[in-house]
Design a binder for this molecule. Structure first.
Ligand code: ADP
Ligand code: ADP
Length: 224
């Protein structure tokens, strides 16, 4: 399903124009949102995720009018915020059981099946019995992905997930995203050009709340 963004604008109460008539058409697969700090990436992602309201504009995902039917969007959305999650001293398996129950997966067999799958996709199977509060930054980010995959989202938004990760952890995380991008619409923000070049079929560069450039990595960043 395509995500369409039309003339989306947002000015915060302090007068900062974070989004300035943004237009984007995002197809299934990995879409990279590049831009320096303050470009408006988080504002755009939070707005798509219905966590904040724009001043004007329109967003649709398939036949969902996102700004009018927030609950419909949230049912198919997986959103990983920029801040690392703070987790209690419980193992990944136990925490995922708890989240799966909260999400309404009633049968233990169904919960076990999906939990095993998301632990494998995120490469956390070997550390499933260790406490998430003791995980490294990269493991916590991968756990965040495992958690959001529990309700089989159609649209996945990850906001600067590799910020603060060392190179080895960053690559482990990007490999997980690459796999997920084969059968989901994933929007991924970063200020690291190489991440987008490696992973994304399409990208947009945001600066000062405006789309400066968009296209495939070849026709856009390689021309810079
Ligand atoms: P990015 O994610 O690309 O770093 P943001 O969307 O976080 O960009 O920020 C865009 C601009 O809006 C920045 O100038 C930032 O300081 C400002 N901004 C972000 N959130 C708020 C807010 N809640 N209130 C006021 N200004 C904000
Ligand atoms: P970073 O390089 O991000 O600081 P580290 O690998 O140094 O990450 O580990 C940070 C924390 O994560 C430590 O508390 C460590 O014990 C824990 N940790 C790292 N790797 C594992 C693992 N494979 N299983 C369980 N805990 C781990």
């Amino acid at each position: 399903m395509n995500l369409s963004i039309e003339t989306l604008s947002k000015t915060y109460s302090n007068g900062v124009k974070a989004l300035d008539s943004v237009n984007l058409e995002i197809k299934p697969g990995m879409f990279g949102l590049l831009g320096p700090n303050g470009a408006g990436k988080s504002s755009l992602m939070r707005t798509i995720a219905t966590l904040q309201k724009p001043d004007s504009g329109r967003i649709t995902f398939g036949d969902i009018d996102v700004l009018k039917n927030q609950l419909d969007l949230r049912k198919v959305l997986g959103y990983l915020p920029q801040e690392f999650g703070v987790y209690p001293n419980l193992s990944a398996s136990d925490l995922l059981q708890y989240f799966a129950k909260l999400k309404g997966i009633k049968s233990k067999a169904d919960r076990d099946a999906i939990i095993n799958r998301v632990l494998e996709v995120t490469n956390l199977w070997d550390v499933r019995n260790k406490s998430v509060s003791g995980y490294s930054g990269g493991m916590k980010q991968r756990f965040g992905i495992a958690q959001l995959l529990l309700n089989d989202p159609k649209l996945i938004i990850v906001d600067e997930p590799t910020a603060g990760l060392d190179p080895a952890e960053r690559h482990r995380f990007l490999n997980v995203l690459r796999e997920i991008g084969t059968d989901h619409t994933v929007i991924f923000s970063t200020h690291i050009v190489d991440d987008v070049r490696e992973l994304c079929h399409e990208l947009a560069i945001l600066n000062g709340g405006k789309i400066l450039l968009r296209g495939t990595p070849k026709e856009s960043i390689d021309q810079l």
